[in-house]
Design a protein around this ligand. Structure first.
Ligand code: NAP
Length: 247
């Protein structure tokens, strides 16, 4: 129980990587806020699962792309558990299209959720972390932010931006004992990749040296490591979890 007594907020924890991360952090002993945007039932199922295993968790609705919601998410966490030690910025969306066909609203929606949402959540969570003089922020980026991907210029821009954001914030807050890192998953089996066409899925899988997609739990375990004392000398890094796709 390396995270006993700690409080974690995981954005977008109703499904996929966020769900697996919330469960893994709870298993390591953290009290977990399971944030969701639209799928309350799924979020409550994650909370029930954690509680059945003896952990503590609470579901909080917040659209991270809205500043007041992000603020309310952190305030709700403080009201319930009294502190914020770990913030996992996981909430994310895709609105794929080739650039010439990409609608302005799809560009804006992806940037606003995947990048501006992280800015809002970090600003809100940093206040209690400064008071505590410790904290861990873990941003879920993507290999697409490192290598690009045709049809995902909006998503790649947001994720590449998130990597620059991670390194800059890591430099700003290191002297306060706050560590900021990113995890860049490759092709992970979730709702997000389920909706890709069969051809795109096959082309990704052919390029993965380990020969299979990753599972959400395989990303979650790296997040737990970055939240734990074992990673206390690591900040400003991007840990790639991609079965060798980008090597
Ligand atoms: P997913 O299964 O589609 O789940 C997305 C989660 O984000 C859901 O819990 C959803 O909440 C939440 N969400 C979406 N918009 C939100 C908003 N405005 N405010 C709060 N929550 C919001 O996605 P996933 O595959 O697990 O991806 C999780 C993260 O990993 C994303 O940042 C994604 O870019 C990144 N990633 C995924 C892969 C992959 O292969 N799957 C690869 C690289 C990076 P509701 O259920 O309430 O709608």
């Amino acid at each position: 129980m390396t995270l006993a007594g700690q409080v974690a907020v995981v954005t977008g924890a109703s499904r996929g990587i966020g769900r697996a991360t919330a469960i893994a952090l709870a298993r390591a002993g953290a009290k977990v806020v399971v944030n969701y945007c639209s799928q309350e039932e799924a979020a409550q199922e994650v909370v029930s699962f954690i509680k059945e295993k003896g952990g503590e968790a609470l579901a909080l609705k917040a659209d991270v792309s809205a500043k007041e919601d992000a603020q309310a998410l952190i305030e709700g966490t403080l009201a319930a558990f009294g502190r914020v030690d770990i913030l996992v910025n996981n909430a994310g969306i895709t609105r794929d299209n080739l650039l010439l066909r990409m609608r302005h609203e799809d560009w804006e929606a992806v940037l606003r959720t995947n990048l501006t949402g992280v800015f809002f959540c970090c600003q809100a969570a940093l206040k209690p972390m400064f008071r505590q003089r410790c904290g861990r922020i873990i941003n879920i980026a993507s290999v697409v932010g490192l290598m690009g991907n045709a049809g995902q210029a909006n998503y790649a821009a947001a994720k590449a931006g998130l990597i620059g954001f991670t390194k800059s914030l890591a430099k700003e807050v290191a002297s306060w004992g706050i560590l900021v890192n990113a995890v860049a998953p490759g092709f992970i089996t979730t709702d997000m990749t389920e909706k890709l066409g069969e051809e795109v899925r096959r082309s990704f899988l052919e390029r993965i040296p380990l020969g299979r997609p990753g599972q959400p739990e395989e990303v979650a375990e790296v997040v737990v490591f970055l939240a734990s004392p074992a990673s206390r000398y690591i900040t400003g890094q991007v840990i790639v979890v991609d079965g060798g796709l980008t090597m």
